[in-house]
Design a protein. Structure first.
Length: 476
C-alpha cells in the first residue's frame, strides 16, 4: 500500500514540477525570473522548515519537555524581523544569485568560499538527517522485507532528483506549496483521530490540552536548565538568523519574489504561520501521550508517534505517510537545489547566466548522490530526538557564518581582510566553543543549550578582528 502511495505521490510532484517549470530557461533555475508570488513562497517555506523530523520529533518531545519548544518558536519571530529588514535588503541590492557573494566585499574570495563550504556542510547534514528520519519511519511502517533500506533511500532520492533537476527554484516554490498544504491536512486528520480515541471533540480537546500539565510553555525557574525561557528565546532568534537569513536555501526562495517588499511580506507571514503549525504538532504529541498514559508510554522520543500510527489502522497510516512525505521532500528538494546553486556560484565561480544545462545537471546529480550516501551512513548513527541533533549541528556549523556575516555588516567601511586564514578561524571556532561548553559544564554545572551558536559566532567575529589587526600591522 505504501509503495503505491509513494509512486503516486512522486508522479504528482513530477507533474506539478513539469507544469510550472517547463518554460523556464537555465537562468530561471536559480531565481525563477523573480516571478514567484510571495504568498506561495511563504506557505511553501513552512513545509521546507518543518520537515519530516518535526512530524516525529516535536510530538515526541512533549512527555519530557512539555510545550517548552514554543519558547524557541516565539524567539523565531524576532529572527524573522531581523532577516526581513536587515539582511534581505542587502541581498536584493547585491543582485547576485548567491548570498555568500556578500562576504567577498569584506573578506575577499577566501571568505566567500569559506562561508559557502560551511553552508554546504551544514545543509548536507541537516537535509540528510531530516530525510533519514522520514525514510526510516516510512520504511519501517511499510514492512518491505525484500527491499534493503539503502535501495529504498536510493529510489526516494532519485525521484527527488528527477522532479527538481529541470524546473529549479520556480518548480520548488509550487511543489513546496502543495506539500505544505498536504502536510497540514494530514496533521489535522491525525489530530482528529487522536481526539476521537479519547472521546473528545475539537472544542473539548482544546480545553483538555490547555488544562494539561504537559502544555506548560514558559520556564523561568532554573537558569542553568536547557529549557530556561531566555536561553530558548534568544537562541531561537539567532537560530532563525542563521538557518534562514544566512541560508542559501531559504533566501534563494525569497530572492525569487517579485520585489524586496514582497520578499519581506513573505518572510513575516512565514514566521507567523510557524506558530500555529508547531502548536498543532505539540498538541498531537500531548494527546498521544495522554492516550497511552505518560507513565506507561510504549515508546519515547521519535518512536512515539510512529508507534501510535502503527496501532491506529490503515487510514491513519496513509495520513501519516502523506504528511511525512510532504514535509520531508519539501525540505530535501530545496536543499539540493540551493546546494547546487552555491557549489556552482561560490565554489566553482561559474557565471549563472552562461552556465550550460548539461553541466548543471551533472552537478545536481552529484549533489543528489552525496545526499543519498550520507542518509545511508546515518543508519549507523541514530538519536532519539533528531530535531535536537539538527539544532546542535546549527550551533556548531552555522556559528562561523554568523560571525562572518556580523563582521561584514558591522564593518562595511573598514579595511578588507582577504586572507586564507579566515578558513582556519572558522574551523577553530566550533572547537573552542565545544571546549568552553564542556568546561562550563564540568566546572559550574552549567549546561549550554543552543546559545552555543552565539558563543561560536562571537569567537569567529573576534578571530576575524585579530586577522584584520595582524594584516594592518603587516602592512605598516
Amino acid at each position: 500500500m505504501l509503495i503505491l502511495l509513494l509512486v503516486l505521490y512522486f508522479c504528482l510532484l513530477t507533474y506539478v514540477s513539469n507544469r510550472t517549470g517547463k518554460n523556464d530557461s537555465d537562468a530561471d533555475f536559480f531565481l525563477g525570473n523573480r516571478r514567484s508570488p510571495w504568498w506561495a513562497v511563504a506557505i511553501g517555506m513552512v513545509g521546507a522548515s518543518v520537515s519530516g523530523v518535526s512530524f516525529v520529533s516535536v510530538p515526541g518531545w512533549v512527555p519530557a519537555s512539555s510545550f517548552s519548544y514554543m519558547q524557541m518558536v516565539l524567539g523565531f519571530l524576532v529572527g524573522y524581523v531581523i532577516v526581513a529588514f536587515l539582511l534581505l535588503p542587502i541581498y536584493y541590492n547585491s543582485g547576485n544569485v548567491s548570498i555568500y557573494s556578500f562576504l567577498s566585499s569584506r573578506l575577499g574570495n577566501s571568505g566567500r568560499k569559506t562561508g559557502a563550504l560551511f553552508f554546504l556542510l551544514n545543509k548536507l547534514m541537516g537535509a540528510a538527517v531530516k530525510f533519514y528520519v522520514a525514510a526510516y519511519v516510512l520504511y519501517q511502517l511499510s514492512d518491505i522485507d525484500l527491499l534493503p533500506f539503502p535501495v529504498f533511500v536510493l529510489l526516494c532520492v532519485s525521484f527527488v532528483y528527477f522532479y527538481t533537476y529541470r524546473g529549479g527554484i520556480r518548480s520548488i516554490v509550487w511543489t513546496d506549496l502543495l506539500q505544505t498544504l498536504l502536510m497540514v491536512v494530514s496533521l489535522l486528520l491525525l489530530l482528529h483521530k487522536a481526539l476521537s480515541l479519547m472521546d473528545l471533540d475539537w472544542m473539548s480537546g482544546l480545553r483538555y490540552v490547555a488544562d494539561s500539565d504537559m502544555s506548560r510553555i514558559f520556564f523561568f525557574g532554573d537558569g542553568s536548565a536547557r529549557n530556561y525561557f531566555w536561553k530558548y528565546f534568544v537562541s531561537g532568534a539567532f537560530v532563525v538568523v542563521v538557518m534562514t537569513g544566512l541560508d542559501q536555501d531559504m533566501i534563494q526562495k525569497n530572492l525569487s519574489c517579485r520585489s524586496l517588499r514582497e520578499a519581506q511580506r513573505n518572510m513575516l507571514s512565514y514566521g507567523l504561520l510557524f506558530i500555529p503549525v508547531n502548536l498543532l504538532f505539540l498538541a498531537l504529541g500531548l494527546l498521544v501521550a495522554s492516550y497511552y498514559g505518560v507513565q506507561s508510554l510504549p515508546a519515547t522520543g521519535d518512536a512515539l508517534l510512529p508507534h501510535f500510527v502503527r496501532e491506529s489502522g490503515m487510514a491513519v497510516l496513509v495520513c501519516f505517510s502523506v504528511g511525512m512525505l510532504a514535509s520531508s521532500l519539501s525540505s530535501v528538494d530545496s536543499a539540493m537545489t540551493s546546494m547546487t546553486t552555491s557549489f556552482l556560484s561560490d565554489i566553482l565561480g561559474k557565471d549563472m547566466g552562461q552556465l550550460s544545462s548539461h553541466f548543471r545537471h551533472r552537478v545536481h546529480l552529484g549533489v543528489a548522490a552525496v545526499v543519498c550516501l550520507v542518509v545511508i551512513l546515518l543508519d549507523f548513527v541514530r538519536s532519539d530526538h533528531a530535531i535536537d541533533v539538527i539544532y546542535q549541528l546549527v550551533s556548531y556549523l552555522y556559528g562561523p557564518l554568523l560571525g562572518m556575516f556580523a563582521y561584514c555588516v558591522c564593518h562595511r567601511n573598514g579595511s578588507k581582510v582577504d586572507s586564507p586564514w579566515v578558513l582556519l578561524v572558522a574551523v577553530v571556532s566550533p572547537l573552542l566553543s565545544y571546549v568552553t561548553a564542556e568546561g562550563l559544564r564540568a566546572s559550574f554545572g552549567y549546561n549550554m543549550g543552543y546559545e552555543l551558536l552565539l558563543l561560536n559566532g562571537a569567537i569567529t567575529y573576534l578571530g576575524i578582528l585579530c586577522l584584520r589587526w595582524i594584516t594592518s600591522v603587516g602592512r605598516s
